[in-house]
Design a protein around this ligand. Structure first.
Ligand code: SF4
Ligand code: SF4
Length: 422
């Protein structure tokens, strides 16, 4: 059981998931209207409050785990929007991961396709080979024969764009510090240009950039799918790496989902006394760049964007706005670009439907989730959609595929890179 039972973690078990096991929900219902699955179904058991009640009933052994409950939990997007409005501070994302782990141990795990994907992303070489095969299929148009989950993936970039970053890149300007830049698993395969842009940008601002190798997956998708043992094993590997290499000024992620999960590593692999805490070091690249001293160095370097890119609309990735409470920083960076015109989307904080593996496993549900946001984008008049998470990037790209005038989707780093003339 790895320290967890249907009644919660076993006290004193060092392998127990150190996630908040409280169910301090006061049943106020404030979260209900914000929940996308409740919005679609109107059912209490598809709302955060209803799910917490089910978790409580299972923990108190009033309700045995069964396929119906597992489905109610599986349908949750783990968007954590409910957390942003909860007055009792219920850590819904952590509770859902713990619940899914318990369900999985009782035989109600994710489908086989999800398990295959989770195994694949664990090994960078295996993932790289898989992406090379996908590129081959895409060139022939044969990937569509394997169903919507493969058909909905974006075009795999060329091999040179999928090359790994160097282990270390020195500061260009007088050195001001050292940071780690995390490559991620999917990010270098599909959006390597974003990581390369971040690396160059940090160098220009005076940072030595270390890219941790081996390139462990962070385990965010495993934790979401209830594979706690793998998530804890990966967190321990990262803890070991931090011990070996030494503590940087910051650990930066270009993927909102990975960043949010890395901030939980102190629970998954607790530090020894006196050791650095991941929660103090890990941050989204936007948070770091928007620090006063970094923005002061960055702003004079920025040039106006091409007219065709404007206006910009920023869409908040769930694991940045709800998972890390980061909303202001990406907007501040965009607004620092001379002559920029930025518009707000009405539903910027609503989930786009990507939601970890959800978009791949349930493409129709993901499409329905994105539809009102696509209407928002059209109404806003934006010419470019800006995001900060690979899953959202894919979802927006794929969701616009059949539209007559799709808007280019760009990571915040790509926009800054353009403004730097890189
Ligand atoms: S995480 Fe999102 S989908 Fe899940 S219960 Fe909360 S608001 Fe609803
Ligand atoms: S907002 Fe928080 S306390 Fe209120 S019902 Fe939802 S989870 Fe419970």
């Amino acid at each position: 059981m790895n320290g967890a039972t249907a009644n919660g973690p076993v006290p004193g078990d060092p392998s127990a998931p150190k996630v908040p096991s409280d169910l301090d929900c006061i049943s106020c219902g404030l979260c209900i209207p914000t929940c996308p699955t409740w919005q679609h179904t109107g059912r209490e058991t598809q709302s955060p409050r209803g799910r917490v009640r089910l978790m409580r009933a299972m923990r108190e052994e009033r309700l045995p785990a069964d396929a119906t409950i597992a489905q109610e939990m599986e349908d949750c997007l783990v968007c954590r929007r409910c957390e942003s409005v909860c007055p009792a501070g219920v850590s819904f994302g952590a509770l859902m991961e713990e619940t899914r782990e318990n369900l999985r141990e009782q035989g109600f795990g994710p489908p086989r396709r999800a398990r295959l994907l989770l195994r694949t992303i664990l090994k960078p070489r295996r993932l790289h080979f898989g992406m090379t095969m996908l590129a081959w299929l895409q060139r022939r148009g044969w990937h569509r024969r394997f169903g919507a989950w493969l058909a909905n993936l974006p075009a795999v970039p060329s091999q040179d764009q999928r090359a790994s970053l160097p282990d270390f890149a020195g500061a260009h300007h007088p050195r001001v510090g050292e940071v780690w830049l995390l490559e991620g698993c999917v990010m270098p395969e599909l959006y390597g240009r974003v990581n390369r842009g971040a690396l160059g940008l940090l160098q220009r601002l005076g940072y030595d950039v270390r890219v941790p190798k081996p390139r462990w997956c962070c385990g965010a998708l495993h934790a979401h799918a209830g594979d706690g043992p793998t998530a804890r094993d990966l967190a321990r590997k990262w803890r070991h790496q931090l011990r070996q290499v030494g503590t940087p000024d910051a650990i930066l992620s270009t993927s909102a989902g990975c960043g949010a999960h890395l901030q939980t590593f102190d629970h998954l692999a607790p530090p020894e006394p006196g050791e650095a805490r991941f929660a103090d070091l890990v941050m989204d690249v936007s948070t770091f760049l928007a620090r006063r001293e970094n923005l002061a160095r960055l702003q004079p370097l920025l040039q106006p964007l091409p007219e065709a890119w404007l206006p910009l609309a920023y869409d908040d990735p769930c694991h940045l706005c709800h998972g890390q409470q980061v909303r202001r920083e990406p907007r501040a960076l965009l607004d620092a670009i001379p002559g920029v015109h930025r518009v707000e989307l009405e539903r910027a904080e609503e989930c786009c439907g990507s939601a970890g593996l959800h978009g791949m496993l349930h493409p129709e549900s993901a499409r329905q989730q994105l539809a009102p946001k696509l209407a928002d984008l059209a109404q806003s008049g934006a010419a470019t959609l800006v995001t900060g998470n690979p899953g959202c990037h894919m979802q927006w790209d794929v969701g616009q595929r059949d539209l007559p005038a799709p808007r280019p989707v760009r990571h915040l780093i790509e926009v800054l890179d353009q403004a730097l003339g890189s």
